[in-house]
Design a protein around this ligand. Structure first.
Ligand code: T3D
Length: 264
């Protein structure tokens, strides 16, 4: 399937790069872009080579959420069922990013608004350009934060800050987002793509099967009690302990050589 609204590749190092590419509309989502992102994520899941996904975007913005030019309603016309759109597109997208059995890096290159502000929160390691910002823009047009925002925000930054962002729609700078624990790292604008790619390449040499199990454990921890989480750690450690990468890691340690991991 040729892509028109995204750039997508999987390189020889195992880095899958997915870049949203509707810069004139600040990479807001229309149905065509949703379908292309879905297809790219399917290819990443099925690839034997992909070890890490890097999600980013072209132009001055990261993503402005839903393309609102698809949402104008003429007076008297039937209102759209946005729940259908959430079911069909946004929920599958965030589930797919969060459940991807690979580390997912998000490089936020500019303003991230609406669903575009919450997509990075479904990723594992979020880097942002110093000039980037996060806006829970939904309240400005009478909507509710979606794409997992109402679940992620209170857990990551606490209820008081979550309510302020969601109900005031204020712009949160990348630096403030980092200080609040919403994202991992702020990077100078000109260095963002290179730093994100370097991190992706470095992670691609690591035991990525184990990293995928780590993200599963951490993602489930919010919903588990302590005992449940201990049991989950046991189950995941059982899987990790049967991996080729574990055998290689221990072997390389004992032989005092650099391990060569395969992600399985
Ligand atoms: O509907 C469903 O399916 C339910 C799901 C909803 C999920 C959602 O994401 S709802 C929230 C939708 N997003 C927004 O409300 C954000 C709208 N955009 C903005 O508030 C601002 O554009 C930004 C704060 C993001 C950036 O502001 P600024 O001043 O840097 O840029 P700008 O001039 O507003 O935008 C630049 C261009 O991008 C402009 O087009 P033009 O005038 O140059 O031709 C603008 O219209 C376009 N653009 C920006 N955001 C959107 C958009 N076009 C369509 N849809 C957008 N969301």
């Amino acid at each position: 399937m040729p892509f028109e609204h995204i750039l997508f590749s999987i390189d020889a190092d195992g880095v899958a790069l997915l870049s949203l590419n509707r810069p004139e509309q600040l990479n807001s989502f229309n149905t065509a872009m949703h379908l292309e992102v879905r297809e790219a994520l399917r290819q990443v899941r099925q690839s034997e080579h992909a070890r890490v996904l890097l999600l980013t975007a072209e132009g001055r913005g990261f993503c402005a959420g839903q393309d609102l030019s698809d949402r104008s309603v003429a007076p008297g016309a039937e209102m759209p069922d946005l729940g259908e759109s959430i079911d069909a597109f946004y929920n599958p997208l965030v589930r797919s990013l969060r459940d991807l059995p690979l580390p997912v890096i998000c490089a936020v290159n500019g303003v991230a608004a609406g669903a575009g502000a919450n997509l990075p929160l479904a990723c594992d390691l979020v880097l942002a350009a110093r000039s980037a910002s996060f806006i829970q823009a939904f309240c400005k047009i009478g909507l509710v934060p979606d794409s997992g925002g109402t679940w992620q925000l209170p857990r990551l930054i606490g209820m008081a800050r979550a309510k302020a962002l969601a109900m005031l729609g204020t712009r949160l700078s990348a630096e403030q987002a980092q200080q609040w624990g919403l994202i991992h790292q702020v990077v100078d604008d000109a260095a963002l793509r290179d730093e994100a790619l370097a991190l992706a390449r470095q992670l691609a040499t690591q035991p990525t099967y184990g990293l995928a199990l780590i993200k599963r454990a951490l993602n489930q921890s919010f919903d588990n009690g302590f005992d449940q989480q201990l049991e989950l750690e046991r189950d995941l450690q059982r899987l990790a302990g049967r991996s080729e990468d574990y055998r290689e890691g221990v072997g390389a340690f004992m032989d005092k050589r650099t391990p060569v991991f395969k992600g399985r």
